[in-house]
Design a protein around this ligand. Sequence first.
Ligand code: AMP
Length: 293
Amino acid sequence: MSDPVVYSTVSAARAACDTLRAEGHRLGLVPTMGALHAGHLALIDHAKTLADRVMVSIFVNPTQFGPGEDFSRYPRMLEKDVEQCARRGVDLVFAPDALEMYPEGERTRVHVAGLTESLCGASRPGHFDGVATIVTKLFAVAGPCTAVFGRKDYQQLKVIQRMARDLLLPVRVVGHPTVREPDGLALSSRNQYLSEAERQMALAIPRGLRDANRAFDAGERNSARLRGGLERALESAGLRIDYVSVADPETLEPFSEAVPERALLAVAVFAGSTRLIDNMVLGEERPPLFDAA
Ligand code: AMP
């Protein structure tokens, strides 16, 4: 297996992708911010089943971070990431710098209305404009047939799917299930920030989702009760809640009372200063810790 070619400029990456397409290859794209873990690698494997060439982009996108968020301390380890890509059979890595993606004087943002207003959009104003903008640019550089995103960032997946549809972009946006540690914690580059004590606290998230799913399976269809049980579990573990929401899996609008047969249960909490998110679709997905004793 040969090492991926690493591109740092838009022009070189675009030329390489143009050539691949001209040769009749189907290109899959996996956008990331690097610090790759098994969740990212699962996305790469998924992309390889849908395309015969895979590009991984590695770019810590400044416009999706708010003031006071962790942009400057976000983990950056390009060399190690490229090694992981090589082991996974990635063909191209695109790792530009900020000026390459946001040329001097740039003034354009992509805004997806509605879907970006609830959940993470409410507590991170402008975040999804940054996400939609960078993903549009990555699609414009690579021209992929398919792009794979994790369901761990469920709202992001829905925003990108909506954006691709609305802008008539010729790319299929595919979701991949959340990859978890054996103890249920969703893998995240931000887990590196957690102290041992915070990591223990964070286990209340998958356990709480599992318990809420059990209640749902047992017939609970009251939004406040589903949320309340989860909120109490998170708070008693010492986590600070940003939001707990039971929402429509397509519109992301919260259900305030009755919950139908399929509903998104999404949480964002702080463990110390680290913000963690997780979710599951009740009535559709296996809960975290499904296979655990
Ligand atoms: P990030 O590098 O955090 O921006 O994530 C890049 C992509 O990997 C996004 O599509 C994420 O949803 C996805 N991802 C991150 N963590 C996980 C996980 N634990 N399971 C599945 N996908 C993930």
